[in-house]
Ligand binder design. Sequence first.
Ligand code: SF4
Ligand code: SF4
Length: 169
Amino acid sequence: MNDDDFSLEPDFDPEERFQKYQQQVEPEFWKHKKLEEMSDLEWELLCDGCGKCCLNKLEIKGKIHFTNARCRFLNPATCLCKIYPYRFEVVPDCRDVNLAAIREKPRWLPKTCAYWLLDNGFDLPDWHPLKTGRAASVAESGNSLCNRPLVDETEVKDYEDYIVDWQDL
Ligand code: SF4
Ligand code: SF4
């Protein structure tokens, strides 16, 4: 299989998509709605596109350890999944971020994940697109995987060698 067979359209622009969809939701909807009450569009807009959920993890003695080994299908330049429409067919252990996954223990989503934050009573961080009005604010503030030292999972022999202790995981 060639990765490029499943690429998103080359002209896909996350900023354009965000600008279009944020006009269609109530301002600060996340402050008065529970995750269960959100529309599909509101749910989608909560995802900041950080890419951190696409890092490989190890569970050791009941604790999740993140590695800097990224899924082979995560584009490290954009933090976009290259096979998003087909991800569950191609990658059997790719996780759907639904309520059960958000509430799973031990926590496997990064501590900056918007879904996890809201579900645990926190506000969105100041760099979140819904606060700044721009999708690019995640990468610009250093809160996406862009410009971090990542390894393609296909190059990994032992994941324990790639455990990282980044503060935002
Ligand atoms: S960690 Fe959460 S906010 Fe970041 S890309 Fe994954 S689902 Fe979206
Ligand atoms: S297949 Fe799943 S884990 Fe891999 S980049 Fe896509 S969304 Fe992330």
